[in-house]
Ligand binder design. Structure first.
Ligand code: MEV
Length: 424
């Protein structure tokens, strides 16, 4: 039997799974203990969140400072492994503050649930029948979630399209659902499943897929900010950022990285606040491709005063009720720090962070290049790996930067040399 074939692995307790895993992989007791440390998440909770759980995986949690969004001040938690992102967001937010911070609007918490009907004898007539029975379909959907409906949410409309596919025409019904403070996947999927017998009856076809769409183009945020030219570092920087945007607009290879910079911020806040980061990535990149060409999610231009104006528009499907945002204690604490009272408020702050992160990257690229900032943190990490702490680690890092030799062997030499000189 191969080592990955372990029938019943899922039935074991967490410690038993780890014991099996140690036997199979040869990881030491110490390595096992590292993995078993679930940080701010109780092990029993972790064990219920996904399958075959053996432990937890922690990431650094940093706070992005200086954010003003729609006139309100925010400290923004970010969880990620990459240096310079938190510092970049904080710096960009500080620059945006000069001109009043970020203005963000949203289109409401509306998601789409798709029901795919195939082998429909007369697709166009089926579409007309579905639309005639809209009220009945919506009532069936809304019966699944009286709580959401009582709070003003629920299925509000239905859209039907006949699409051509590799397997012939399909009739796709789309439930338009106001998800309130939920991300909505559970609510929408339950509704889509519940209405599908009715859809089969009305179309005479067979329903296969019943699932939310992550192209959340009815759940957009639009963030704008003015970045004052002097605060940015001068008019050359403004020009550089506008050129960077033009590059991304014209070339998908650059555009992917431009949008990745935005997602550095969005996903880090999402992770800290217990959101579905994959849904956000899927939404962002599909929205960026909606014209048929892959485009930047943000735009950058110079205004009449010579200041830089940035705008970011993207789907932001996030929720405060249900999912990890509720069950993960660290996510709950982070949401409290951020101070978002509604899912839309969280979405708006995340839009501002995406724009700030984009600016931070483009500003660095247009001016000094990003490696300098990265190298500082990288050198500090390499120094810390020797066991050095505090001022000693700083000195080792500075020496390695000056020598342009950021390597563990050099850090170790410096550690030995400098720690001898320092009093213990
Ligand atoms: C690195 O994680 C993100 C950047 O590459 C984004 C960009 O190039 O715009 C710096």
């Amino acid at each position: 039997m191969e080592k990955s074939e372990q029938p019943g692995f899922y039935k074991l307790s967490m410690p038993e799974r780890m014991k099996t895993l140690q036997e199979l992989s040869g990881i030491s007791d110490e390595e096992a203990r590292t993995l078993q440390n679930t940080g701010g998440l109780p092990a029993e909770t972790a064990d219920k969140m996904i399958e075959n759980v053996v432990g937890g995986m922690t990431l650094p949690l940093g706070m992005a400072m200086n954010f003003v969004v729609n006139g309100k001040d925010y400290i923004v938690p970010m969880a990620l492994e990459e240096p310079s992102v938190v510092a970049g967001a904080s710096k960009a937010a500080k620059i945006a503050r000069v001109k009043g911070g970020f203005k963000v609007t949203n289109t409401g918490p509306v998601m789409i649930g798709q029901i795919q009907a195939v082998d429909v004898p007369e697709p166009k007539k089926a579409k007309a029948r579905l639309l005639r029975k809209k009220k009945e379909i919506l009532a069936k959907a809304n019966a699944q979630d009286p709580m959401l409906v009582s709070l003003g949410g629920g299925a509000k409309d239905i859209n039907v399209k006949v699409i051509r596919s590799l397997k012939g025409p399909m009739v796709v019904s789309e439930l338009i659902v106001n998800c309130g403070d939920a991300m909505g996947a559970n609510a929408v999927n339950t509704m889509a499943e519940a209405v599908s017998p009715l859809v089969e009856e009305l179309t005479g076809g067979k329903v296969y897929l019943r699932i939310i769409s992550n192209l959340a183009d009815r759940r957009l945020v639009k963030a704008t900010a003015v970045f004052e030219k002097e605060a940015l570092g001068g008019k050359e920087v403004v020009e550089g950022v506008v050129y960077a945007y033009a590059f991304a607009d014209a070339d998908p290879y650059r555009c992917a990285t431009h949008n990745k910079g935005i997602m550095n911020g969005v996903v880090a806040v999402a992770l800290a606040c217990g959101q579905d980061t994959r849904a956000l990535e899927a939404g962002a990149h599909s929205y960026a491709s909606r014209s048929g060409a892959y485009k930047p999610l943000s735009t950058w231009k110079k205004n009449r005063d010579g200041d830089l104006v940035g705008t970011l528009e993207m789907p932001m499907a996030v929720g405060l009720v249900g999912g990890a945002a509720r069950v993960h204690p660290a996510a709950r604490a982070n949401i409290k720090i951020l101070g978002a009272k509604t899912a839309l408020e969280l979405a708006e702050v995340m839009g501002a962070v995406g724009l700030a992160q984009n600016l931070a990257a483009l500003r660095a690229l247009a001016a000094e290049g990003i490696q300098r900032g990265h190298m500082k943190l990288h050198a500090r990490n390499v120094a810390a790996n020797t066991g050095a702490q505090g001022a000693l680690a700083d000195e080792i890092a500075e020496r390695m930067i000056a020598e342009r030799k950021i390597r563990f062997d050099r850090a170790k030499e410096l550690f030995d040399e400098l720690s001898k000189k320092r009093p213990a």
